[in-house]
Design a protein. Structure first.
Lengths: 168, 76
């Protein structure tokens, strides 16, 4: 039986959106699928050795604001932080990012870097979009080993024969 | 039923139990049985879906004291 194929476009670089492409890609590869992720626009920084992705609660009104420590009842509180606070208070995004990382760690979720390493180990091809690299001033040496480089047509050639195509 | 190897994914969330199980079973021979231990409720559906998709055989699934146990026989 021919291998199933999955093509993902990863265009977001916030911490929350960094997870889905790597989670789905590593899972699909574990299910013996051939997987390629095309990193474009704000997805590109996810290929740098040090990933410094953040979350911005002000831009995500549905994001639960919960504390990853303390008694269970305390952790269950969804803090009603006004947009005016989360959007303007200096350091708010950094705090929310730290809380989200802690929350994910508590729940046994791998870090983005770990998930990316697993993807590479399982043979997932991580493709950096050549055009957005040029636009944002990235060079090949800015990214981790194993990343490949291509344009839209090369990626679509693979996507056209894929069983699953996702844009994130 | 006995097993040839074992992997404990307790405390790990999606997609780690599936990914770790795949990496482990790849080191085994066809016909050998891997015992997988998890605590992630999602793995109850994920492990069988993974095994079925890649041609491994689900021999047994059980739950005991908040842990889930799977016996998966490696396919060809």
């Amino acid at each position: 039986m021919a291998k199933k194929k999955m093509a993902i476009i990863a265009a977001q670089g916030s911490l929350d959106w960094a997870y889905p492409p790597f989670i789905l890609a590593s899972t699909a590869a574990a299910m013996d699928m051939e997987v390629k992720i095309f990193f474009t626009f704000y997805g590109l920084p996810l290929l740098k050795p040090k990933i410094s992705a953040k979350v911005t609660p002000a831009a995500n009104p549905a994001m639960p604001m919960k504390m990853p420590f303390g008694p269970k009842a305390f952790q269950a509180i969804d803090w009603p932080i006004p947009h005016a606070v989360s959007g303007v208070v200096p350091g708010f995004d950094s705090m929310a990012t730290a809380l989200m990382k802690k929350q994910f760690k508590n729940k046994g979720v791998a870090t983005i870097t770990e998930l990316r390493e697993m993807c590479l180990a399982l043979g997932v091809e991580l493709i950096a979009c050549q055009m957005t690299m040029d636009v944002f001033g990235f060079e090949e040496k800015d990214f981790v080993d194993g990343v490949t480089f291509a344009g839209a047509a090369a990626f679509l050639d693979f996507a056209a024969d894929s069983d699953i195509q996702l844009f994130m | 039923m006995s097993h040839n190897d074992e992997i404990d994914c307790s405390g790990m969330s999606c997609p780690l139990p599936v990914v770790k199980s795949k990496m482990k079973i790849d080191t085994m021979n066809p016909g050998e049985v891997l015992k997988i231990i998890t605590t992630d409720p999602g793995s109850c559906k994920d492990i069988p879906a993974w095994a079925n998709r890649v041609g491994h055989e689900m021999i047994e699934e059980a739950e005991e004291n908040g842990k889930y146990y799977f016996l998966v026989k490696r396919g060809e």
